[in-house]
Design a protein around this ligand. Sequence first.
Ligand code: GBH
Length: 457
Amino acid sequence: MIMYKFPEDFCWGTATAAYQIEGAYREGRRKPSVWDTFSATSGKVLNGDTGAVACDHYHRYKADVQLMAQLGIKHYRFSIAWTRIIPDGRGTVNEEGIDFYKRLVDCLHEYGITPHATLFHWDSPQALEDLYGSWQSRQMAYDYADYVTAVVRGLGDRITHWMTLNEIPCFTHMSYDVKHKPPHAPGKQVRSRKEVWQTSHHALLAHGLGCQAIRAASPVPCQVALVDNISVTVPINESPVNVAAAKNAFHSCGQNGGIIFPALTGAYSSTMLDNLKKDAPDIQPGDLEIIHQPLDSLGLNIYTGTYVRAADNELGYEFLNFPKGYPQMHMPWLNILPESIYWGIRHISETVGRNDLPVYITESGCAAQDEVNATGEVLDTDRIMYLRQHLKSAHRAVSEGYPLKGYFLWSLMDNFEWAWGYSRRFGIVYVDYETQKRIPKASFEWYAECIRQNRVV
Ligand code: GBH
C-alpha cells in the first residue's frame, strides 16, 4: 500500500501576505501602498472591498499564531509591508513598523514556528508610484534594496529565512498592462510591450540587489529565496514525445523564460527573446550578473497548469484549451490539475537545469464556496479533495528524488483576494468579516492530521 509518507524533516506550513490580512491601514505610521489607492478607487475591486481592515491580523496576530500552533505547522510564510517600514518608500525608517513584526515573530518563536518572511508581496509604496511610476523605473530596484537593508537590520536577529519578491508577473505585467483581467494595482497601461517587460526586468534587478542586501545586513547565516509563479506545462500523457513537448513549451513560455530563467541561469531563455524581438527589455551591462544571485532555495507557487501535447506545427507542440465543463475551483483560472505540482518541480530540475536547488511549494491551495452550516461548521470537502490530490503530486516529486523540502498551504485564513475582494475564500480557517470570528474549516482538521501523520491522509 502506498502510504504517501513524507521525509521526517519535511516542512509543513501555511502562507499569507501583509495587505491581504493585516488591515490597520493607517496605524503605526503606515502610509498607503498602491493597493490602498487602487481599492479605494471605484470600480477597481469587486464590491468596492479594500484591505483597510481585512482580517485585522495587525491586532489579532496572537490569536492567529495560536491557531497555527493548533494546526501543528512548524513554518509560517508571511510578508512584510514596505509602507510600514519605510512609509514614504525611501528615506526614514519607521521603528513602529519594525516593532510590529518583532512582536509577530517573537510570538511565532514562542510557539516553535519558524518565520519565513517575504519582503515584497505586491504592496508598492504609493509615494514611489507617484514619484517615478514605481516598477516602471530602474530606481525602484535600488529603493527596494535600501528597504530590504532596513528590514534585515531591524529583524535579522530573529528571522533567518527570507524571500525577496512574490510572483514578479503579478505586480509588473498584471499591473502595467490592463489586458490582464482583472488588472492589479496600480492598473496603468504602459505604451508598449517592451515597457511591460521593462517593469519585470526592474523587478528582477530588485531581486538581485535584494539578495545582496540581505546577505550584507544579516547578522547570522541566513537562507535567501525567490518566489515565482511559473507557468506549468503538463504533458497530456507521459509518452516521450509529449513529455518533450511539455519541456519545450515550458522553456519558451514568456512567463518562465523571462523570469525564472534569468534568475536561475543568468540569461533570458533564447526562445523567449526570439519571440519578443524588439519588445525585449533594455538590459544594461552587469544586470544579468546581479540578477543571477546564488540562492539557498526556490519558492514555487503552483495552483494549476496547462496541458500540452506534441503537434505537427512549427513549434512541435501545442497548448490545449480546457474543455467546457472541466472541473474548476472558485476562480475562473483555477482548473484542477494536480499534476502541475509534480511537473513544476520536475521542469525546474530538468528544463531549467537546476536540480541542485532545494524547492519549497510556497503557495498551493484553492478558493471554494464555503458556507457556515446550521451547526456552525464549514465542511469544505471540495477543498480537501483539491489539497489531497495536490499533496499526492508533491509526494510523487519527493519519491522520485526531486529536492522538494516543504509545502506552504495558501492560505491560513480567508483574506482580501486582490481584485476579487472578499468574494473568494482561500483559507482553511473561515473568517466572518462582520465579527472577525475565525472558524477552522474541515480542511483545517484534515491538514492537521496530515501533519500529525506526516503523510497524505
Ligand atoms: C497567488 O497568486 C498570490 O500570491 C496570492 O496573493 C493570492 O491570494 C493567491 O494566489 C490566490 O489567487 O486570470 O487567466 O490572467 C496566484 C497566481 C496569477 C494566478 C494570476 C492567476 C491570473 C490568470 N495568479 N493568474 S488569468
